[in-house]
Design a protein around this ligand. Sequence first.
Ligand code: PLP
Length: 419
Amino acid sequence: MPYEIPNEGAIDRACCAALDAGDPLAVLRKEFVLPEGVAYFDGMSLGVLPKAASIAVTHVVDEQWGQGLVRSWNAAHWIDAPRRLGAKIAPLLGADGDDVIVADSTSVNLFKLLVAALGLRPDRQVILTESNNFPTDIYVARGVERLRGDVQVKLVSNGELDEAFDDNVAVVLLTHVDFRTSQLHDMAAVTRRAHECGALVLWDLSHSAGALPIDLRGCDVDLAVGCGYKYLNGGPGAPAYVFVAPRHQGQLDQPITAWMGHARPFDFSVDYLPAKDISRFLSGTPSIVGLAAMEASLDIWSQVDLSMVRAKSIAMSECFIRIVERQLGSTDVRLASPRDPNQRGSHIAFHHPQGYAVMQALIDRNVIGDFRDPDLLRFGFTPLHMSFEEVWRAATLLIEIVQTREWDQPRHRRRSTVT
Ligand SMILES: Cc1ncc(COP(=O)(O)O)c(C=O)c1O
């Protein structure tokens, strides 16, 4: 098995070089644009650019739009793109191709699915979620609460979830991998628990798809959404995706009943007749340029063995933690993520009281991760293009910056809008 790291002792540069030499995924690195000298640890925020995406976007803009014009909706199959891309994402989710569609943003899709799920449980009033969920999930749920008037959002902390289930819960809304700590929910167990109490489950897979194998079908999940611009490398603001279990597709009444979700949009009829299948979760006209970039990336993902991606991600994160903790064990740097790699997604987070400045100092030296309030340094592992040598470089640079207090400069403390 590749990616075996020594059980004990120091992880040094030679060890990382040996792991790179035996890395079966290393061949994929050439598929991506990687700025010279930059070690990129922020693929859980914005994935890197696949070379094929620039080519695809140029082609769609210059040829299909520039020359083909409106004919391209049929001739270049633009009209089928949301379903075609959904089918390409499906294997990454453990879903069937007909059960996933690409549309809108994750926030908009959360709204559509939450309202639709409440419609399936008319006698229940509660949307159950966690206070540490990604804010957009909570804000959208609160928006639904305001809109409906008869629905209540129940926020619980991570450890309280199990006791919060009762027969008033209509839908449980959870992010599979915590965006701060990387804590991974047990999808099978939580879904089972929700079903036992008669609730539906809506998973936000933004930090899961492309980060680890997922089994929506096997876990009997009802609904899911996720971002296209993180591990899936779809590009800034890339379209998002929706999964709906086949048993619910014909029943769910999603609220943004726009023409692309109509059974026959080109009838232009006055009455809305929802498509019977996953297409009913479309709303308006899809963004074709964004879809083109994302499809180029998904074609790379289709060549990838996800168990290999997971094994490399775990090995990389374990190396990073081991290198950092060996040197910084008694300093202000503390692991915020679960210590067991099977309990994590594909990023790790460390606390540091001056986390923002530390991250700015790292970025200044071409190691790019990010920062989340109040004190978290986040490092993402994206095995399609990352090397163990980069892990070694980033971890040793973090040690140096903390030990020398290189972060302690006014320019590193100056907050930008995006952290
Ligand atoms: C878990 C999760 N959900 C949703 C979003 C964002 O959704 P949107 O693309 O609609 O802004 C993010 C963004 O980082 C996220 O981490």
